[in-house]
Design a protein. Structure first.
Ligand code: HEC
Length: 140
Protein backbone atom coordinates (compact mmCIF):
# COMPACT_ATOMS: atom_id res chain seq x y z
CA UNK A 1 0.00 0.00 0.00
CA UNK A 2 2.80 2.40 0.95
CA UNK A 3 4.69 1.58 -2.24
CA UNK A 4 1.61 2.43 -4.28
CA UNK A 5 1.45 5.87 -2.66
CA UNK A 6 5.14 6.42 -3.30
CA UNK A 7 4.60 5.54 -6.95
CA UNK A 8 1.60 7.85 -7.17
CA UNK A 9 3.58 10.69 -5.60
CA UNK A 10 6.56 10.12 -7.89
CA UNK A 11 4.30 9.99 -10.92
CA UNK A 12 2.40 13.09 -9.76
CA UNK A 13 5.60 15.10 -9.29
CA UNK A 14 6.71 13.96 -12.74
CA UNK A 15 3.46 15.26 -14.17
CA UNK A 16 3.84 18.46 -12.15
CA UNK A 17 7.35 18.99 -13.51
CA UNK A 18 6.08 18.59 -17.07
CA UNK A 19 3.20 21.00 -16.38
CA UNK A 20 5.60 23.54 -14.87
CA UNK A 21 7.87 23.23 -17.89
CA UNK A 22 4.89 23.76 -20.19
CA UNK A 23 3.69 26.74 -18.15
CA UNK A 24 7.18 28.21 -18.27
CA UNK A 25 7.39 27.66 -22.02
CA UNK A 26 3.97 29.26 -22.34
CA UNK A 27 5.10 32.28 -20.32
CA UNK A 28 8.09 32.61 -22.61
CA UNK A 29 5.84 32.33 -25.63
CA UNK A 30 4.64 35.94 -25.95
CA UNK A 31 8.27 36.95 -26.52
CA UNK A 32 8.82 34.11 -28.96
CA UNK A 33 5.60 35.01 -30.77
CA UNK A 34 6.76 38.63 -30.96
CA UNK A 35 9.99 37.52 -32.54
CA UNK A 36 8.10 35.44 -35.05
CA UNK A 37 5.94 38.40 -35.99
CA UNK A 38 9.09 40.50 -36.32
CA UNK A 39 10.74 37.91 -38.53
CA UNK A 40 7.61 37.69 -40.66
CA UNK A 41 7.52 41.47 -41.00
CA UNK A 42 11.17 41.60 -42.00
CA UNK A 43 10.54 38.83 -44.48
CA UNK A 44 9.45 40.90 -47.43
CA UNK A 45 7.12 39.86 -50.19
CA UNK A 46 8.75 39.21 -53.56
CA UNK A 47 7.12 42.41 -54.82
CA UNK A 48 8.56 44.46 -51.94
CA UNK A 49 11.99 42.93 -52.52
CA UNK A 50 11.80 43.97 -56.16
CA UNK A 51 10.74 47.41 -54.93
CA UNK A 52 13.79 47.63 -52.70
CA UNK A 53 16.06 46.89 -55.68
CA UNK A 54 14.32 49.53 -57.77
CA UNK A 55 14.57 51.98 -54.84
CA UNK A 56 18.32 51.50 -54.80
CA UNK A 57 18.76 51.41 -58.58
CA UNK A 58 16.72 54.61 -59.10
CA UNK A 59 18.83 56.65 -56.72
CA UNK A 60 16.18 57.27 -54.08
CA UNK A 61 18.88 57.06 -51.37
CA UNK A 62 20.45 60.21 -52.86
CA UNK A 63 17.73 62.09 -51.02
CA UNK A 64 16.19 59.53 -48.68
CA UNK A 65 17.41 57.33 -45.85
CA UNK A 66 15.97 54.04 -44.69
CA UNK A 67 17.35 52.52 -41.50
CA UNK A 68 20.20 55.01 -41.58
CA UNK A 69 21.24 54.17 -45.14
CA UNK A 70 21.17 57.02 -47.63
CA UNK A 71 20.66 60.77 -47.27
CA UNK A 72 19.46 61.43 -43.71
CA UNK A 73 17.74 64.63 -44.81
CA UNK A 74 14.49 62.91 -45.79
CA UNK A 75 14.14 59.65 -43.88
CA UNK A 76 11.48 57.20 -45.06
CA UNK A 77 11.46 55.06 -41.92
CA UNK A 78 7.90 54.23 -40.95
CA UNK A 79 6.50 55.89 -44.09
CA UNK A 80 4.16 52.90 -44.51
CA UNK A 81 2.35 54.03 -41.35
CA UNK A 82 1.93 57.59 -42.55
CA UNK A 83 0.97 57.26 -46.19
CA UNK A 84 -1.54 55.25 -48.18
CA UNK A 85 -0.49 53.52 -51.42
CA UNK A 86 -1.93 56.30 -53.59
CA UNK A 87 -0.14 58.97 -51.56
CA UNK A 88 3.12 57.03 -51.81
CA UNK A 89 2.63 56.90 -55.55
CA UNK A 90 2.12 60.66 -55.71
CA UNK A 91 5.28 61.27 -53.67
CA UNK A 92 7.32 58.98 -55.89
CA UNK A 93 6.06 60.50 -59.14
CA UNK A 94 5.46 64.12 -58.02
CA UNK A 95 1.85 63.91 -59.10
CA UNK A 96 -1.38 65.13 -57.51
CA UNK A 97 -1.28 67.60 -54.62
CA UNK A 98 2.28 66.55 -53.88
CA UNK A 99 3.62 68.16 -57.06
CA UNK A 100 3.46 71.64 -55.55
CA UNK A 101 4.77 70.57 -52.14
CA UNK A 102 8.06 69.19 -53.41
CA UNK A 103 11.10 71.39 -53.87
CA UNK A 104 11.57 72.06 -57.59
CA UNK A 105 14.73 69.97 -57.92
CA UNK A 106 13.14 66.98 -56.23
CA UNK A 107 10.00 67.33 -58.35
CA UNK A 108 12.08 67.28 -61.55
CA UNK A 109 13.90 64.13 -60.43
CA UNK A 110 10.64 62.51 -59.45
CA UNK A 111 9.00 63.34 -62.78
CA UNK A 112 11.63 61.08 -64.36
CA UNK A 113 10.22 58.17 -62.38
CA UNK A 114 7.08 58.37 -64.52
CA UNK A 115 9.11 56.42 -67.10
CA UNK A 116 9.07 53.44 -64.76
CA UNK A 117 6.64 50.64 -65.60
CA UNK A 118 3.39 50.35 -63.65
CA UNK A 119 4.69 47.10 -62.15
CA UNK A 120 7.86 48.86 -61.00
CA UNK A 121 5.84 51.59 -59.31
CA UNK A 122 3.69 48.92 -57.65
CA UNK A 123 6.85 47.25 -56.37
CA UNK A 124 8.19 50.53 -54.98
CA UNK A 125 4.86 51.21 -53.27
CA UNK A 126 4.84 47.68 -51.82
CA UNK A 127 8.34 48.19 -50.45
CA UNK A 128 7.55 51.59 -48.91
CA UNK A 129 4.20 50.40 -47.52
CA UNK A 130 6.13 47.76 -45.61
CA UNK A 131 8.27 50.33 -43.80
CA UNK A 132 6.45 50.32 -40.48
CA UNK A 133 7.39 51.85 -37.17
CA UNK A 134 6.49 48.52 -35.56
CA UNK A 135 9.61 47.05 -37.20
CA UNK A 136 11.70 49.69 -35.50
CA UNK A 137 10.89 52.16 -38.24
CA UNK A 138 12.31 50.38 -41.18
CA UNK A 139 12.95 47.26 -43.09
CA UNK A 140 16.37 47.85 -44.58
C1 HEC B 1 16.25 64.82 -55.55
C2 HEC B 1 15.88 64.28 -54.27
C3 HEC B 1 14.87 63.15 -54.24
C4 HEC B 1 14.93 61.94 -54.87
C5 HEC B 1 16.01 61.43 -55.83
C6 HEC B 1 13.78 61.20 -54.43
N1 HEC B 1 13.04 61.93 -53.54
FE1 HEC B 1 11.41 61.35 -52.54
N2 HEC B 1 11.24 63.17 -51.69
C7 HEC B 1 12.15 64.20 -51.85
C8 HEC B 1 11.72 65.33 -51.07
C9 HEC B 1 12.44 66.67 -50.97
C10 HEC B 1 10.52 64.94 -50.43
C11 HEC B 1 9.67 65.77 -49.48
C12 HEC B 1 10.14 65.44 -48.10
C13 HEC B 1 9.50 66.23 -47.04
O1 HEC B 1 8.88 67.23 -47.35
O2 HEC B 1 9.62 65.80 -45.88
C14 HEC B 1 10.27 63.57 -50.82
C15 HEC B 1 9.22 62.83 -50.36
C16 HEC B 1 9.05 61.48 -50.61
C17 HEC B 1 8.08 60.64 -49.97
C18 HEC B 1 7.09 61.08 -48.89
C19 HEC B 1 7.86 61.05 -47.58
C20 HEC B 1 7.06 61.39 -46.37
O3 HEC B 1 7.56 61.12 -45.28
O4 HEC B 1 5.95 61.93 -46.48
C21 HEC B 1 8.23 59.39 -50.49
C22 HEC B 1 7.42 58.17 -50.14
C23 HEC B 1 9.30 59.45 -51.44
N3 HEC B 1 9.79 60.73 -51.49
C24 HEC B 1 9.76 58.38 -52.16
C25 HEC B 1 10.81 58.43 -53.06
C26 HEC B 1 11.25 57.31 -53.86
C27 HEC B 1 10.65 55.91 -53.79
C28 HEC B 1 12.27 57.74 -54.63
C29 HEC B 1 13.02 56.99 -55.70
C30 HEC B 1 12.21 56.32 -56.72
C31 HEC B 1 12.48 59.14 -54.30
N4 HEC B 1 11.57 59.53 -53.36
C32 HEC B 1 13.48 59.92 -54.84
C33 HEC B 1 13.26 64.18 -52.62
C34 HEC B 1 13.69 63.14 -53.41
Amino acid sequence: MRETWVRIIVAASGVLAVLLALAFAWLQNPGAAGQRVGAAAVEMSALALTGRKIYQAEGCPLCHAIAGEGNPRYPLDGVGDRLEALELRDWILATGAVATLLPRRAAIMKEDYRDLGADEIDALVAYLSGLRASDGGATP
